[in-house]
Design a protein around this ligand. Structure first.
Ligand code: ARG
Length: 266
């Protein structure tokens, strides 16, 4: 019963996505650009847009003293670039500005743990799915959520423009708080401004490991999200990327990268 409720709410609320992501407006607080690619002599340079607030998919690593955007997605993109002989220039922006960046030609592709929803497919093209994850409900320890009904009357945080925001909005009787970045979403729960957040399991696990006051609630039947690379409509790169992704699936490179970034998680 609950299971069905979650799945159908996920499906029926997909229409919301056009409102949330289809406007193409650049977000007001775009973050700084940074380059993060191994140069490939002679090839074209493609602009990769991402929202580097999504560890372990993409995040800022300053441990070397330099600000670098790293993560699973960056390794996948670099491996594809190596196969197809192009260079990458990384643009970091808010998640809800990514589709607009493709539509306005400011980016050649988006790799951001992005789920290829039917609604987004109206605005952009997607590669094949390269990774699967599941949504969970993040709460403070001791606030167990066994079904979506347990959230009635509560404030639920989610990332602006994400499928998790759509899922949160479809939960009956909750107030949804939409924030630009995942650290901000988690912070709402940590500081009790929200009682729960809808986040991908792979991302939530890192926060829970570092903050013992948080807990992950797996809701049975929660829909899984695939990640795919997005392109401007009609981009000639889609089929080339698919060939490269397929090769990485076949020769185990994709699994190796998943083990590197998600090991101990799944
Ligand atoms: N998979 C979810 C979506 O496509 C969330 C992705 C968020 N990605 C990010 N880099 N913040 O809506």
């Amino acid at each position: 019963m609950k299971k069905t409720a979650w799945i159908s709410t996920m499906a029926t609320s997909v229409a919301l996505m056009s409102v949330l992501t289809g406007c193409g407006a650049p977000s007001s607080d775009n973050r700084t650009s940074s380059t993060g690619a191994t140069p490939s002599a002679g090839g074209p340079t493609l602009v990769l847009a991402t929202s580097a607030d999504y560890k372990p998919y993409e995040f800022h690593d300053t441990s070397s003293g330099q600000d670098k955007i790293v993560g699973f997605d960056m390794d996948v993109a670099n491996a594809i670039a190596k196969q197809l002989h192009f260079n990458i220039k990384v643009e970091d922006m808010d998640f809800d500005g990514l589709i607009g960046a493709l539509q306005s030609g400011r980016a050649d592709f988006v790799i951001a743990g992005m789920t290829p929803t039917a609604e987004r497919k109206k605005s952009v093209d997607f590669s094949d799915v390269y990774y699967q994850a599941t949504n969970i409900v993040l709460t403070k320890k001791g606030h167990a959520v066994k079904s979506l009904d347990d959230l009635k009357g509560e404030t639920v945080a989610a990332q602006l423009g994400s499928v998790q925001e759509t899922a949160a909005k479809a939960i009956p009787g909750v107030k949804v708080e939409s924030l630009n970045t995942i650290p901000n979403v988690v912070q709402e729960v940590v500081t009790n401004r929200a009682q729960a957040a809808v986040i991908e399991d792979t991302v939530a696990k890192g926060y829970v490991q570092n903050n013992p006051s948080l807990q992950i609630n797996e809701i049975p039947g929660v829909k899984s999200n695939g990640s795919a690379i997005a392109f401007p409509k009609g981009s000639k790169w889609v089929s080339k990327f698919n060939t490269a992704i397929e090769k990485m699936k076949q020769d185990g490179e994709l699994q190796q990268l998943a083990d590197k970034w998600f090991s101990g998680q799944k």
